[in-house]
Design a binder for this molecule. Sequence first.
Ligand code: SAM
Length: 276
Amino acid sequence: MIVCDSVRKKSIQFHYDLSTLFYRAFWGRHIHHGLWEQDESPVVAQQRLTETLAGLAGIKRGDAVLDVGCGMGGSSIHLAKVLGCQVTGVTLSPVQRRWATWEAWRSGVQSSTRFLCHDAETLELPDESMDVVWSIECTEHLYDKARFFQRAARWVRPGGRVAICAWLAGERTDPEAQQRVFDVCEGFLCPSLGTAADYDNWMTAAGLQMEQEINWTDRVARTWEICDERVRKSRVRWLARMIDSETTLFLDRFPTLLQAYREGSMQYGCFIARKV
Ligand SMILES: C[S@@+](CC[C@H](N)C(=O)[O-])C[C@H]1O[C@@H](n2cnc3c(N)ncnc32)[C@H](O)[C@@H]1O
């Protein structure tokens, strides 16, 4: 695991409060990578990642789902609308909570969704109250990932699943690769990035049985070619300089992330584990 001690939770919240509008304008309703097959649009690729995870997690009609780090509610609304799930979305950002609530209302799923502004690391839920704990690209922002999985395992019912997509530190241990991962952590406000083996250990130690562990690095990396090009063609970098140094650093680290995927210092993983 690579650790970046300088990341503050307040900065993570500020980042999502500030940038949600930009994510929506420049990327789409999901704040996550696309999963490419060929040269589809980013919107199609993002939707494929959500739908593929739902399929792998075996989500059934009416399942109770906790969406940890729900962003604008992209996954939550999809699961409620298409699969009739009862979804609780949790985000650190009050702006995102309001945004997701409004989008759910616009999509006609306000009665099967609820959105909370809460830190997932201190959230209290009744034991065995969920069929699925779902999280796309939020665990990167958590400080105690092992403890999070202990709690997630308590929240799911026996037979329930924990379905995770996450940015990972790769297998390379040379100083250059480790520095690259650190630079990504710093720019993208991740207090740490675990390896695939770390995720496996955390989930297994929490009593979950790993069912699927998939490396999607090659299928998602294109995200950063497109994002970097969109930033270069816009005035966003100029705007970021007016805001603060953390927002500028975030944009400056897009090419770092792409390089990290290409050289193997980072990976992108999908994990499905079951509570037995
Ligand atoms: C990269 S976005 C992913 C959003 C969403 N899962 C999606 O795929 O569109 C990360 C999300 O994690 C949330 N987040 C980060 N740290 C969190 C925490 N400690 N508790 C709850 N949410 C958190 C952010 O507010 C944001 O919504």
